[in-house]
Design a protein around this ligand. Structure first.
Ligand SMILES: [Zn+2]
Length: 102
């Protein structure tokens, strides 16, 4: 019986690699300040809030992922830009994160 290839390939594990190589961003004091400022500005998950649900912020998301930066300067500009962040709950952060992982 011939083997049928259904075209289902395992997704590349790019995200895991990126997480490891960009870990220094999350340990940077500038990021800690930006994160704290975003939480102060938006103490609630912004997506939940748009549905009228009140849920505390759990994670701060980069709207444009900083790993898309083409060089170190662009990566840092995206990573440390308050305007490029949003307050999310864990559920919505995971949902938004996965949409960049197709
Ligand atoms: Zn939410």
């Amino acid at each position: 019986m011939p083997k049928i290839n259904l075209g289902r390939k395992k997704k590349p594990r790019r995200k895991t690699e990126s997480k490891a190589s960009y870990q220094h961003i999350y340990q940077n004091k500038r990021w800690k300040r930006i994160r704290a400022a975003r939480v102060r500005l938006n103490p609630l998950c912004e997506i939940c809030e748009s549905f009228g649900i009140t849920r505390q912020v759990e994670e701060v998301n980069h709207i444009i992922p900083f790993m898309l930066g083409s060089d170190q300067e662009e990566v840092e500009n995206l990573a440390f830009d308050l305007e490029n962040t949003e307050s999310l709950c864990k559920y919505h952060h995971k949902l938004v994160d996965n949409s960049f992982n197709i």
